[in-house]
Design a protein around this ligand. Structure first.
Ligand code: PLP
Length: 382
């Protein structure tokens, strides 16, 4: 089945008992047992819930994995994946990942002696050099948040396999509609489903998909033991969001391409980061491993423009955290999503103070350009 159909009919398609075309919301914490040790496959909703299971099976089908797991947020999914490792192990991580992924390693897992190192994972030679004995996983985002750096998933997964370690890919920006890391050799895919998968900025959720029975057993054990599960209603909402992913994503991309061209040619803009532009570093690699450039654009305003005036100037586009919803959102990575990354690291990797991240929504593209144009005109320093 093609992914466009799988988005609608994958996982558990409707309800067999009643014929309802949608999976019911099983709003229950527990289940009747007919006798000691005999149940219908569910015993307690932290361990398993039919609505959550429908979502977990759906994301697993979409990513081409062995099993999927749903969590209360993207960070809960990433945290669960990182709990596969133990004290003394080390994880290599892309050097401009989402700030929260950096923060959980730097401020939480560090206390448990799980080591990490930021690496430019677009440079495979560098990654190979960094894989020392205690490195147990390479965690990548491609394209990265916010600089859209491209990593060759197949090559990194190849290096990881040669060393017997895991490749974890945060596929939030692409979704399985555009990129399938497991088919490219990754072992685990994680998502902030809060973003494109949900698609309507109305829920917070995380998903993780694994490629083997062994990892599935381990991750389910962690999910059940630590308990950061997604509730039945949000599981249902997420299934509902996923159904329209392909049409939303096509429109997101069409708009993003239009805006990227506009920004590239605008005199106020110093630099545009968008993997759909032919001069974007890694353009060819991205084209090979993904079916579209996505709809996140980062750009740097020239010094002669005032960034705060620009943020105050947009009206249709909302200044706010998050991305991937139907509405366009704009943010300032240095003080918002990536504030937890120390200033010197931010500067080093290119998250400069004049950098703006735009999550292009599905509004009319000409209205979006008009909104940005107006804000740019207002932001010129006189
Ligand atoms: C790429 C990426 N991964 C993970 C996360 C964390 O997800 P959540 O906010 O759902 O916990 C985010 C959030 O912005 C993100 O952009």
């Amino acid at each position: 089945m093609d992914i466009e159909s799988l988005l609608i009919h994958g996982g558990v398609d409707g309800d067999k008992t009643t014929g309802a075309v949608n999976v019911p919301i099983y709003q229950t914490s527990t289940y009747r047992q007919s006798e000691l040790g005999v149940n219908s496959g569910y015993e307690y909703s932290r361990t398993g819930n039919p609505t959550r299971y429908a979502l977990e099976k759906l994301i697993s089908d979409l990513e081409g994995g062995y099993a999927g797991y749903a969590f209360a947020s993207g960070m809960a999914a990433i945290t669960a994946a990182l709990m596969l490792f133990k004290s003394g192990d080390k994880v290599l991580i892309s050097d401009n990942v989402y700030g929260g992924s950096f923060r959980v390693l730097d401020k939480v897992f560090k206390n448990f002696n799980l080591e990490y190192e930021l690496v430019d994972t677009s440079n495979e030679k560098l990654v190979e050099e960094k894989v020392t004995d205690n490195v147990k996983a390479i965690f990548i985002e491609t394209p990265t948040n916010p600089l859209m750096t491209i990593t060759d998933i197949k090559k990194i997964a190849g290096i990881a396999k040669n060393h017997g370690i895991l490749t974890i890919v945060d596929n939030t920006f692409m979704t399985p509609y555009l990129q399938k890391p497991i088919e490219l050799g990754a072992d685990i895919v994680v998502h902030s489903a809060t973003k494109y998968l949900g698609g309507h900025s109305d829920l917070v959720a995380g998903l993780a998909v694994v490629n083997s029975k062994e990892l599935a057993e381990k991750l389910h054990f962690i999910q059940n033991s630590t308990g950061g599960v997604l509730n039945p209603f949000d599981s249902w909402l997420l299934i509902r969001g996923i159904k329209t992913l392909s049409v939303r994503m096509d429109r997101h991309i069409e708009n993003a391409r239009y805006l990227a061209e506009f920004l590239k040619n605008h005199p106020a803009v110093e630099k545009v980061y968008y993997p759909g532009l032919e001069d974007h570093p890694g353009y060819e690699i991205h084209k090979k491993q993904a079916n579209g450039a996505g709809a996140i654009i980062s750009f740097v305003l020239k010094e002669s423009f005032n960034i705060n005036e620009f943020f105050k100037g947009v009206e249709l586009i909302t200044l706010g955290e998050s991305l991937g919803g139907v509405e366009s959102l704009i943010s300032h990575p240095a003080t918002m999503t990536h504030a937890s990354i120390p200033a010197e690291i931010r500067q080093k990797v290119g998250i400069v103070d004049n950098l703006i991240r735009l999550s292009v929504g599905i509004e009319n593209k000409k209205d979006l350009v008009q909104d940005i144009e107006k804000a740019l005109n207002k932001s010129k320093n006189i």
